[in-house]
Design a protein around this ligand. Structure first.
Ligand SMILES: OC[C@H]1O[C@H](O[C@H]2O[C@H](CO)[C@@H](O)[C@H](O)[C@H]2O)[C@H](O)[C@@H](O)[C@@H]1O
Length: 605
């Protein structure tokens, strides 16, 4: 049986992550890194492509689940006619090795359980060589990879699977762990599951205690912050856009992409959300990641990198995986790494500027890089590009791309002015003004009374909702009001927002995708800036209702089937949730941080 995307939960150890189904089956795990080959790929194929199931035999068990408060520790509770068990799944934040731990306890009665471990390395293809160490320990080896299973109950091997059938009784607790190591290493030491549970819980409690956003939406905000943190690759500070590949944006369709990489756009926007919540260590780590990833000729900067700064992210299709609900192809790698997307300059410059404003501290190397990026941008801002949505159709002069080029110069000027940093300020001011004039002359359609998707087009684009937020024009400007109204008229479906109309914009793909959740949050932000507070609250609460039972969001939502679609959980959606909640809660608002329109008010305080 295929589970819906919202039937999955995320666990992770800041190096990789796994998806656990509400049936107790772990159907996705890439090891040892987010972008490694999956050893559990049932999510995109069948159980034979790898999974780890622990659950009751009773197919009618009633299932509820939750995260332990303020943690990434998942508890799935199965209620059967004979008894109740709780399955606890977690990955302790990584030190020497990566561990996936499971614990099942019986709350009352007795329950017959089935365990089935199917390890298939190389994205569900390679059957490993299994060696039995003792009745409770086995080692699986496949090429460079070794995984060690330790279980407090005995198991046996059958058809290249590891099987355990057992009965658990009131008060009993069984533990299981899988540990990853390179296959040339010694057998990794066992970690005590109960002790690891305690230290993992303490880790997350301490991390969450540093959050300084508070207010009516605190639960949703904390869950989003934990999710964003879980998408961080701790060794380098890089962040993945999502832990999955090829969860479809249209069920059965071809819009299936690999998100296990670090987009400068997603990462910088995540950073703004984290900084807004008081997390500056992550900001520091990401800035250092950026300095390493972008090091070299500024003309070679990419829109995305691997989590360690890798540049070549070659895209290929996996022929042996059928895809989630037959959505093919399953793609590994992402050809977007070769694209030109001008907006990333604005997002990076803005994030670094905000980091300075927030007191992250000035670092010479950072400013040198920013100056080099601007020198490059000065030469290329007038070129057509693939834009924020990474269209695979013809390059265009996307309005949002140009606006973000304006943001890049604007923030550099502001940083230089505020922190007395060296730079050709007069020249930057001239370019900034030239871009502004260009956008107003070519990106605005007076007939529509709206900015448009790209120069000369009459189509709308949800990215235009960000124009007041980034400070390009004040919210009360009639052109901004007109744009918001035009987007409401043309891009809204079932009260939510499409990023653009795939039947009208050539993005190189057959039309059809869900509403884009981040864009729907942006509309709520725009409502707030226009003073439409009730509309903003209503939309935000609708969006919250789309979170799964654990508070997680995919990239998109399909109103007709009422299902989450696209990669899951997605940073873009969660960072947008945090920002809108923060705006609504009247704390330090990103909308205010990113624009100048409140500068007067702040100065007057
Ligand atoms: O659907 C078209 C594109 O989808 C992906 O890009 C989207 O995800 C990125 C990561 O979250 C985000 O930065 C971008 O703005 C989104 O459009 C995919 O990576 C592209 O290859 C694809 O064309």
């Amino acid at each position: 049986m295929t589970l819906r995307i919202e039937d999955y939960a995320l666990i992770g150890d800041l190096g990789s992550a796994a998806l656990v189904g509400r049936n107790g089956s772990i159907d996705w795990l890439c090891w040892p890194r987010f972008d490694s080959d999956a050893c559990f790929a049932a999510l995109l194929g069948t159980p034979d492509n790898g999974r780890w199931l622990i659950g009751p035999n009773d197919p009618n068990a009633r299932v509820t689940r939750r995260y332990r408060p303020n943690t990434l520790i998942l508890e799935t509770r199965f209620e059967t006619d004979t008894g109740v068990v709780v399955l606890t799944d977690f990955m302790p934040p990584r030190h020497t090795h990566s561990h996936l731990m499971r614990m099942i306890t019986c709350e009352h009665g007795q329950v017959d359980l089935h365990g089935e471990l199917i390890l298939r390395f190389g994205y569900g293809q390679a059957v490993p060589w299994l060696t039995r160490i003792d009745r409770h320990t086995a080692r699986a080896i496949s090429g460079p990879d070794m995984v060690v299973l330790r279980s407090s109950v005995p198991f046996h091997d059958e058809d290249f699977k590891t099987i355990g059938d057992f009965t658990i009784r009131d008060g009993e607790c069984f533990t299981f762990s899988l540990t990853y190591a390179p296959s040339h290493d010694e057998l990794p030491h066992a970690l005590d599951v109960a002790a690891s549970l305690g230290s993992t819980e303490r880790y997350w409690h301490e991390w969450v205690s540093r959050n300084r956003i508070d207010g009516p939406y605190n639960d949703a905000v904390v869950r989003s912050l934990i999710t964003l943190k879980a998408l961080t690759y701790a060794p380098t500070g890089g962040m993945v856009a999502a832990p999955t590949t090829s969860l479809p944006e249209w069920l059965g369709g071809v819009r299936n992409w690999d998100y296990r990489f670090c987009w400068l756009r997603d990462a910088t926007l995540t950073l703004l959300a984290l900084m807004n919540a008081g997390y500056y260590d992550e900001a520091r780590a990401w800035r250092d990641w950026l300095l390493r990833a972008a090091a070299g000729a500024p003309s070679q900067i990419q829109i995305m990198y691997g989590i360690q700064g890798e540049r070549r992210l070659t895209e290929w299709n996996v022929p042996w995986l059928d895809g989630y609900e037959k959505s093919q192809p399953v793609r590994i790698g992402n050809a977007a790494y070769n694209q030109l997307q001008l907006d990333i300059f604005g997002e990076v410059m803005d994030a670094l500027h905000q980091a300075r404003v927030g007191g992250l501290g000035h670092q010479e190397a950072g400013w040198d890089l920013e100056r080099a990026l601007l020198a490059h941008l000065e030469n290329i801002w007038s070129l057509p590009d693939e834009g924020i949505w990474e269209v695979r159709g013809e390059r265009q002069h996307f309005t949002y791309s140009k606006v973000m080029a304006w943001v890049a110069f604007d923030r550099a000027i502001k940083s230089a002015e505020a922190h007395d940093l060296p730079g050709p300020l007069e020249r930057w001011r001239t370019v900034r003004d030239r871009i502004h004039d260009d956008v107003c002359a070519h990106g605005y359609d007076a007939g529509l009374n709206s900015f448009t998707q790209y120069y000369g087009s009459r189509e709308l684009d949800a990215s235009l909702l960000l124009l007041p937020e980034v400070g390009f024009l004040p919210p009360e400007d009639p052109r901004i009001r007109g744009t918001v109204e035009a987007i409401e008229r043309t891009l809204m479906r079932d009260g939510l927002v499409l990023r653009y109309d795939t039947t009208k914009t050539d993005d190189g793909l057959p039309p059809g995708e869900g509403v884009f959740l981040a864009c729907s949050f942006w509309l709520a932000d725009a409502y707030l800036m226009l003073g439409r507070v009730e509309d903003a609250e209503k939309l935000f609460e609708r969006l919250l209702s789309l979170c799964n039972d654990l508070g997680l969001l995919a990239e998109q939502y399909e109103p007709r089937s009422q299902r989450l679609v696209g990669n899951f959980p997605q940073a873009f959606s969660h960072l947008a949730l945090v920002n809108t909640a923060s705006n609504l809660s009247h704390y330090r608002k990103p909308a205010e941080q990113r624009s100048d329109w409140t500068a007067g008010a702040k100065a007057a305080e």
